[in-house]
Design a protein around this ligand. Structure first.
Ligand SMILES: [Fe+2]
Ligand SMILES: [Fe+2]
Length: 271
């Protein structure tokens, strides 16, 4: 029996194209992994260096800071996934969101263990908390799916690849590679669902969504350019890269919105 027949047998809605979302439910279950599958104890948790103690301490603080930001993001992702699960009206989407809540919880669990092994939490990014709250407080499901799954989950993937590239042979690299795959699924499922949601939505819903995304941009820029104390010394070096990535992210967001049939119009770049 194929996925479509199986879904029909369960009495799921096959008229609207919720099949696409249902397929991600099946895919997510197959892709599930456990925190114990990571190579804990076999390889170092984070990159190891040699040199004077001061340099080693500074490097360690840098990695603690990187991990703290990811832990913070995944803790917030659990909240968002839980909210999506509870407000999504479609059965297929609800089934799918059960896997996303699970995924984000396991991501958080893995980061918690990793931050422990790396020497403990560092400074939180205040703008990330604000961004998450704006998303949690967004008025419509269309806005939430757009911000969380279409936008954030897409832009985090190249970040994971970047962290993995600079932490070869560590648990951190292994975890980032897994998260890049998981967030690829989260993003794909969000695109599939957003398409269905927007099909039935009027012009008003679209305009509200675009307004909400535009309101969020200045805060998003602050988050993208924020540097914790532990990474201030590379801040100046990284600022150009940060600005370039911010522009890429926004361009990507516009492209994704267009592909969903949204007319974004003029976007004011905050930087
Ligand atoms: Fe995650
Ligand atoms: Fe995710």
């Amino acid at each position: 029996m194929d996925v479509q027949e199986h879904a029909e047998e369960l009495g799921l809605d096959t008229r609207r194209d919720l099949q696409g979302v249902y397929r991600y439910y099946e895919l997510a279950k197959r892709a599930e992994w456990q925190v114990r599958d990571l190579p804990w104890g076999d390889i170092p948790p984070i990159p190891e260096y040699s040199g004077p103690p001061q340099k080693l301490a500074r490097r360690r603080d840098l990695w603690r800071s990187v991990i703290t930001q990811q832990l913070q993001a995944d803790e917030l992702a659990v909240e968002m996934a839980t909210q999506l699960f509870s407000i999504a009206p479609d059965r297929e989407a609800k089934l799918y969101y059960t896997t996303m809540v699970q995924d984000e919880s396991r991501h958080t669990e893995a980061w918690l263990q990793l931050i422990e092994e790396a020497g403990g939490m560092a400074e939180r990014d205040p703008y990330l908390d604000q961004l998450a709250h704006m998303t949690l407080d967004a008025d419509t499901l269309e806005e939430k799916v757009f911000l969380m799954q279409v936008f954030y989950e897409r832009l985090i993937i190249p970040r994971f690849r970047m962290i993995a590239r600079s932490s070869r042979g560590t648990v951190l690299e292994d975890l980032c590679n897994r998260l890049a795959i998981d967030d690829g699924i989260h993003h794909g499922a969000g695109m599939a669902y957003e398409r269905v949601l927007l099909e039935g939505a009027g012009r008003k819903v679209q305009t509200r969504l675009i307004d909400a995304a535009n309101r969020l941009l200045p805060l998003f820029a602050k988050h993208a350019l924020w540097r914790p104390k532990a990474r201030e010394f590379i801040g100046a070096l990284m600022r150009e890269t940060d600005i370039r990535m911010l522009h890429d992210d926004i361009e990507n967001g516009v492209r994704l919105a267009n592909s969903l049939g949204l007319d974004v119009g003029d976007i004011q770049l905050p930087v």
